[in-house]
Design a protein around this ligand. Structure first.
Ligand code: ZN
Ligand code: ZN
Length: 276
């Protein structure tokens, strides 16, 4: 006699709160420190949505994502909130619309990966997009080759440190051009940190045992850049600083003259006026 035992083999899929997904790998995108609603649905082998299924969902950040070429301990995984609490792991039971929950991104941009399992004796596998893309959209790097400026400050842990919005790039290129025209015999501007490839928290002290925390304030949305002005060769010489500030003001741009008289002296330039 042949017994046919039904082995339930369900699939769990993730969607944004409208029931859509962004691409084959990305569920949805989110800005750092923001929260987004999500849905997990359980399907049986015929594709029907199953309610009454207990599921557990976990979130984990992808190593070295978001422009951080370091994976120090304690990189935040973000926070899930479900019907029964919140944390890196939540659980709940699906209804006819699935299980609604939300994700809050850390201040750090990166890929946050979801994984789900069934808790009610059913075998479930996660299928479809699992990535939450956290960051600022549409940033791009300044060109590394220019006769108007030199890019500096790239490190092995943050190799791409000149990502900016299109408008901010245009403005800093204009500033560099104007400065060069004004002082053709002096070194061109040394442009230091702007933002990482997806913006977000820029933990410049990660190599000094302080990963995932400020103090690089602002520099998070591709609208701020530092221009070196210390006494090192090639930076803005003292005689040009007054005129440099006038050029910056002429462009309608706010700035702070920081760490004066130290090896870290620089102009922190808010290209779009916003302090972010
Ligand atoms: Zn980092
Ligand atoms: Zn700065």
């Amino acid at each position: 006699m042949l017994y046919c035992i039904e082995k339930k083999n369900y699939k769990i899929k993730f969607f944004d709160q409208t029931g859509a997904t962004e691409s084959a790998s990305v569920i949805t995108s989110i800005e750092p420190n923001k929260t987004k609603g999500l849905i997990a649905k359980v399907f049986d082998s015929s594709g029907a949505v199953k309610s009454g299924i207990g599921i557990q969902i976990k979130v984990k950040v992808k190593e070295k994502s978001g422009g951080h070429e370091h994976h120090d301990r304690d990189r935040p995984n973000g926070n899930l909130t479900g019907p029964e609490g919140s944390g890196e792991k939540i659980s709940g039971t699906t209804n006819t619309d699935g299980l609604q929950f939300s994700f809050t991104s850390p201040a750090i941009s990166g890929d946050y990966l979801l994984e789900a399992t069934c808790t009610t004796g059913t075998t479930c596998t996660t299928q479809g997009p699992k990535t939450l893309w956290a960051g600022i959209k549409d940033l791009d790097s300044l060109f590394s080759q220019s006769s108007d400026y030199v890019l500096i400050g790239s490190t092995s842990i943050h190799p791409d440190n000149h990502y900016m919005t299109l408008d901010a790039r245009k403005k800093v290129m204009l500033l560099a051009q104007m400065y060069r025209n004004e002082f053709p015999g002096d070194p061109v501007l040394r442009l230091n940190d702007a933002s990482l490839e997806r913006g977000g928290l820029f933990d410049i002290k990660a190599d000094q045992d302080a990963p995932w925390v400020p103090p690089h304030n602002e520099h998070r949305r591709g609208t701020v850049i530092d221009v070196r002005a210390n006494k090192a060769p090639g930076t803005i010489p003292g005689k040009n600083k007054k005129r440099f500030k006038e050029l910056v003001r002429f462009l309608g741009v706010k700035f702070r003259h920081e760490s004066r008289g130290t090896t870290n002296e620089h102009f922190h330039i808010r290209l779009m006026g916003a302090a972010e």
